[in-house]
Design a protein around this ligand. Structure first.
Ligand SMILES: *[C@@H]1O[C@H](CO)[C@@H](O)[C@H](O)[C@H]1NC(C)=O
Ligand SMILES: *[C@@H]1O[C@H](CO)[C@@H](O)[C@H](O)[C@H]1NC(C)=O
Ligand SMILES: *[C@@H]1O[C@H](CO)[C@@H](O)[C@H](O)[C@H]1NC(C)=O
Ligand SMILES: *[C@@H]1O[C@H](CO)[C@@H](O)[C@H](O)[C@H]1NC(C)=O
Ligand SMILES: *[C@@H]1O[C@H](CO)[C@@H](O)[C@H](O)[C@H]1NC(C)=O
Length: 231
């Protein structure tokens, strides 16, 4: 059976293309196998109310494993980096002793599943800003790796945003409802009209104009018939 492609060309990978792709993925594979990675999560920011307690998430990953991994958290205070805490992780799963240089900071990651997250207690507006989770693995020729997390401290979670969202949501919802209502009404009207028409049609079905135009042969036949009374 023949498969036909409509619109889209079937993928045809010529020899040069596949070779390039192979080399590229090999390079990528080698590169990613060596790199340590610091990860702050898919959403690298958090908006929190002053006085609340927040977690700054960070984990590390390394394909070649770690040994005496140095890590720290730094706070970017208007361009100057202030160390929040740091430590050396001797091996995966070992709970490290963490030096803490800032008030209201707790190391909660405990290196469980490569977790180096910290907790910030009772945050103030001064705590807002960019936090860098930094890591350096001796196994990797001491290359630096880091990820940045943005903490936004607000007075109160804005209600304005919510009302706007609700307004938009209800406007969109209303529009959809109106459209559905309109379509229902339209369909109902068409239905009623069709029902009404059905009665009138009954006498026309056998020799309607459509039959004649669609079928050229019957057209000539119909011509010979006496013309039915048109609606
Ligand atoms: C947050 O800040 C506002 C304004 O400075 C203050 O009125 C409020 O008490 C603070 N809330 C907490 C929980 O500290
Ligand atoms: C940040 O630095 C700029 C100038 O370098 C200064 O005007 C501003 O007040 C500083 N902000 C804070 C929060 O220290
Ligand atoms: C955070 O604030 C609460 C209530 O104000 C207080 O009991 C607690 O000791 C504070 N925690 C820290 C780590 O400062
Ligand atoms: C890291 O540890 C904290 C505290 O136990 C936990 O809340 C968080 O979910 C952990 N993160 C990951 C990615 O496991
Ligand atoms: C890595 O970071 C340290 C500071 O923590 C710096 O002194 C060093 O030059 C950096 N190395 C590279 C290769 O960027």
């Amino acid at each position: 059976m023949e498969v036909r492609w409509i619109g889209v060309e079937p993928p045809r990978l010529g020899p040069p293309y596949t070779a390039v792709g192979l080399i590229f993925s090999l390079l990528l594979g080698v590169w990613s196998a060596q790199a340590l990675e610091m990860i702050v999560g898919k959403i690298p920011f958090l908006e929190a109310v002053n006085g609340s307690t927040v977690m700054l998430p960070c984990t590390y990953a390394s394909c070649i494993g770690i040994e005496n991994l140095y890590f720290n958290w730094q706070f970017n205070d208007n361009g100057t980096m202030h160390k929040v805490c740091d430590s050396v992780i001797t091996a995966e799963g070992v709970v490290p002793d963490v030096n803490i240089y800032r008030d209201r900071v707790e190391f909660v990651g405990k290196n469980i599943k490569n977790n180096v997250s910290i907790l910030l207690w009772n945050i103030t507006f001064e705590d807002g800003g960019l936090y860098t989770c930094f890591g350096r693995n001796p196994k990797e020729k001491y290359k630096n790796h880091s990820a940045i997390f943005n903490l936004i401290v607000v007075d109160e979670l804005r209600v304005v945003d919510n009302t706007l969202t609700i307004m938009i949501a209800s406007a969109v919802g209303g529009a959809i409802a109106a459209m559905m209502g309109f379509m229902l009404l339209k369909n109902f009207t068409i239905f009623v009209l069709a029902k009404l028409e059905e009665k009138n049609k009954e006498c026309l079905v056998s020799s309607s104009g459509i039959d004649n135009t669609e079928n050229g042969l019957s057209g000539s036949k119909a011509d010979s018939k006496p013309t039915p009374k048109k609606k």
